[in-house]
Design a binder for this molecule. Structure first.
Ligand code: RFL
Ligand code: PHB
Length: 393
């Protein structure tokens, strides 16, 4: 067993773990990131695409924003299509100047990996059997194996940034955390295609056949989704079938100009709301998907992860620089307050825009009128816009 030492051991090399590692490094705080997968595998996962201003600011603070500023697209609004009628949501006008950045999670992660490499940060890939230990003591440590050899890292703090299926949350004894969960009776089938996006803004479409989303990664790379039953498999969906279904859920004039082509990625993601409370156990702090999951409808998954990192980063810096642990002590409560607001918004967007065939007719009537009310009311649209661009940290 080789033994080494660091200040903060971070489990998980997704966007949460890498962003925290990069930010702490710039403040002179040592970290080691342990990632189960290869770098190529992590970069192969196609996930989020919309970044809030707070996320963008953190990327700047992390000195990782150069390519994002150059290649990302600032979006001043988006469209909600209600039964084939387009309604523009003017984010910038409704929020007094706020916008969002369209820049893929893959690119964010690539920029963070590149920065870690440039600065000599330690990111250990293909770390197997990662396990946090002695979490409630002043001497926590993490063990793992790599190439058949056992390793141990002693540290002051462990950060569990290892996603929903990671080991960190599962290492907390039962009874010390409480989990809240809601599973939706459908998933999103998503494809990526090297085609020109159908519209210059995102289109969230509610239709009789179910929800659809037209998104993009760049002017030559489109990302589209359709709501599908949980029983569907990717193999059930040829590219042709996907394009036909997508068109059937969009306004005719949009469908008519949809450029189709072969998919270069196709996957189904189940929709789930999940929160674990508290987000701390002794000297183990949970962050990002390890602690909470939202359905993707409000584009809040990655952004909620970044908000955790914001609070944890400031808490750790105050601890090391000033011996002030109040930020760390408040971390779970502070982070959870914002997490629950993102949960509420994501649940609401999901409830308003998807088909729930099993809902009683009364509920369906309410859902219809809610969308109609909301599209006609500036007060309601302002509330949506304020949440979509991201509540302040
Ligand atoms: P991640 O990205 O899951 O990264 C966690 C990392 O931890 C590693 N890991 C381990 N490492 C060591 N030991 C272990 N035992 C480990 N177990 C796991 C994993 O390999 C991984 O690299 O979590 P993080 O960093 O908190 O980032 C959160 C975001 O990834 C997530 O919130 C969003 O991508 C959610 N999400 C979406 N969010 C949006 O805002 N818009 C979207 O369109 C969107 N689409 C998605 C998504 C999440 C998906 N998942 C989780 C299935 C689509 C999908 C398919
Ligand atoms: C995406 O581009 O993948 C995306 C955008 C907005 C969402 C969800 C996913 O709400």
């Amino acid at each position: 067993m080789t033994v080494s030492k660091t200040q903060v051991a971070i489990i998980g090399g997704g966007p949460s773990g890498l962003l925290l590692s990069q930010l702490l490094h710039l403040k002179g705080i040592e970290t080691v990131v342990l990632e189960r997968q290869t770098r190529e595998y992590v970069l192969g996962r196609i996930r989020a695409g919309v970044l809030e201003r707070g996320f963008v600011a953190l990327m700047h603070e992390a000195q990782c924003a150069e390519r994002m500023d150059r290649e990302g697209e600032v979006h001043e609004g988006f469209v909600i299509s209600d039964n084939k009628v387009m309604h523009h949501i003017d984010l910038e006008g409704l929020t007094g100047g706020d916008t969002v950045m369209v820049y893929g999670q893959t690119e964010v992660t690539r920029d963070l990996y590149d920065a870690r490499e440039r600065m000599g940060g330690i990111v250990i890939h293909e770390a197997a059997d990662v396990q946090p230990h002695a979490m409630t003591t002043d001497a926590p440590y993490v063990t793992y194996t790599k190439d058949g050899e056992s390793h141990r890292i002693d540290c002051d703090f462990i950060v569990g940034a290892d996603g929903f299926h990671g080991v960190s949350r599962k290492s907390i004894p039962a009874g010390q955390i409480r989990e809240y969960e809601k599973v939706y009776p459908f998933g999103w089938l998503g494809i990526l295609s090297e085609t020109k996006p159908v519209h210059d803004e995102l289109i969230y479409a509610r239709s009789e056949r179910g929800f659809a989303l037209c998104s993009l990664r760049s002017q030559v790379l489109s990302r589209y989704y359709v709501q599908v039953p949980l029983t569907d498999k990717v193999e059930d969906w040829s590219d042709d079938r996907f394009w036909e279904e997508l068109k059937s859920r969009l306004p005719e004039e949009v469908a008519a100009r949809l450029e189709t082509g072969p998919s270069i990625e196709k996957s189904i993601a189940p929709l789930r709301s999940f929160v674990c409370e508290p987000m701390r156990y002794g000297n183990l702090f949970l962050a990002g998907d390890a602690a909470h999951i939202v359905p993707p409808t409000g584009a809040k998954g990655l952004n909620s992860a970044a908000s955790d990192i914001h609070y944890l980063y400031h808490g750790l810096v105050a601890h090391y620089a000033e011996g002030d642990s109040s930020g760390l002590d408040a971390y779970s409560d502070t982070a959870l307050r914002r997490v629950w607001k993102a949960q509420r918004f994501s649940w609401w967007m999901t409830s308003m825009l998807h088909n729930f065939p099993d809902h009683p007719e009364f509920d369906q009537k309410i859902q219809n009128i809610e969308l109609e009310y909301f599209l006609a009311s500036e007060a309601a649209r302002t509330s949506l816009a304020e949440n979509y661009v991201g509540l302040p940290f």
